[in-house]
Write a protein that binds this ligand. Structure first.
Ligand code: ZN
Length: 383
């Protein structure tokens, strides 16, 4: 058995230990020590990272009571080596794991739901509950969780005897066997858990439910605690501040500013479409009837405007093409015809100008590589 220093204290980040044995597997080396502060992957928590004698530890796992440390280098059996874990990473796990306990205990008390899934990912920590929650219930659970965090309650961890365990009413995600480790936050939650936690709830700092979604008849909450919650807050605050500056609004009025901007945009789009419609009708009136193809270069016209111009003009010719050249050398087009099949000219243009587009016999739209004048010349020459 490897002595688990992370159960003696989750704050041990450096230690000395003796190499019991070291074995090679697939070109890597797996070392077992007499004791370790490295937490192995388990219980929804990723393993610790760090070094043994300055060599990177890339994986840590437990098998049959022994904890294996994966490195690129071999260590001599019986040698004394020093270990160091990445404590910033570990402490973040401790904050997030402890925050999850309080939230799960709080939701269990509020609604009787069980935590049926837990995962600490690189972006979020997710917790799945076996019942649905309204937005108000999520806000209330988050508020109660943070009240408990701010109360700075001491978190107890212990291995009770079989008899003692029978008298403890604890939460558990699955049927457990062997030594059961209990994590107790007095008057908040009692849970069986093998992970690492902070000693006092105040160290969690805060917990934020960032997103939620319906999941398997229940709910999945995406949560962040401690430093990760602070980093998320900083990133979002920076985004919101930036939006506020662009709108010349206070951060607290950014959403309102965006809403107004969208209303204005919608109105401008409507006005624009009315003007283009009038312009298309006037353009069609101004041209003479012809059996040929009429081409209109209308740089600045959007796709709806191109369609309006081509459709209006096509009533007075065999086919009408409206072109609008963008800054990047791409020309958007609309082809309309009531007398012939627009798809024929569409195919010719796409072939000649590496284009992409399509549609029906009456109308085709797409993009071409080339400038509008060059494309207009090509149409006049080839039709
Ligand atoms: Zn835990």
């Amino acid at each position: 058995m490897t002595e688990k220093l992370y159960y003696e204290s989750p704050y041990i980040s450096e230690f000395n230990a003796k190499v019991l044995f070291c074995e090679e597997k697939n070109g890597r080396f797996l070392t077992v020590l007499d004791k370790t502060a490295f937490f192995p992957t388990g219980g929804g928590q990723d393993c610790d990272k760090g070094t043994l004698d300055g060599k990177d530890v890339t994986d840590v796992f437990e098998k049959d009571g022994l904890i294996y440390h994966e490195t690129a280098d071999r260590f001599e059996n019986g040698s004394e080596i020093s270990g160091k874990i990445d404590f910033d990473r570990r402490f973040s796990f401790m904050q997030n794991h402890s925050g999850e306990h309080i939230l799960s205990g709080t939701v269990h008390k509020m609604l009787g739901y069980n935590n049926v899934g837990f995962h600490m990912g690189s972006e979020f920590v997710t917790v799945d509950f076996d019942g649905p929650m309204t937005d108000e219930q999520i806000i209330e659970a988050e508020k109660r969780t943070n009240d408990i965090i701010f109360s700075n309650i001491h978190i107890k961890t212990y291995f009770p005897s079989t008899e003692e365990l029978l008298r403890i009413d604890y939460r558990s995600k699955k049927e457990l066997s062997g030594d059961i480790r209990i994590v107790e936050i007095p008057s908040v939650d009692i849970c069986a858990c093998c992970g690492t936690h902070v000693e006092n709830t105040g160290e969690i700092g805060l917990l934020k439910v960032v997103e939620h979604m319906n999941y398997k008849g229940g709910v999945r909450l995406f949560i962040l605690s401690g430093k990760r919650a602070l980093e998320d807050y900083s990133a979002k605050n920076s985004e919101l501040y930036h939006i506020g500056v662009m709108l010349s609004k206070k951060t607290s009025e950014a959403a309102n500013g965006v809403e107004k901007l969208l209303e204005e945009l919608s109105q401008k789009r409507y006005e624009n479409s009315v003007l283009w419609k009038k312009y298309a009708e006037k353009t069609a009136e101004s041209i003479k009837e012809t059996d040929g193809v009429s081409v209109f270069c209308e740089n600045g016209a959007d796709n709806d405007a191109l369609r309006l111009i081509a459709v209006a003009a096509s009533k007075k010719c065999c086919a009408a093409v409206a072109l609008s050249q963008d800054k990047d050398g791409i020309t958007r087009y609309a082809i309309s015809s009531v007398k012939t099949d627009s798809r024929i000219l569409n195919k010719t243009l796409c072939g000649a100008f590496s284009g992409r587009g399509g549609g029906k016999a009456e109308l085709c739209q797409g993009t071409l590589h080339g400038n509008a004048a060059e494309i207009a010349d090509f149409i006049h020459t080839n039709t």
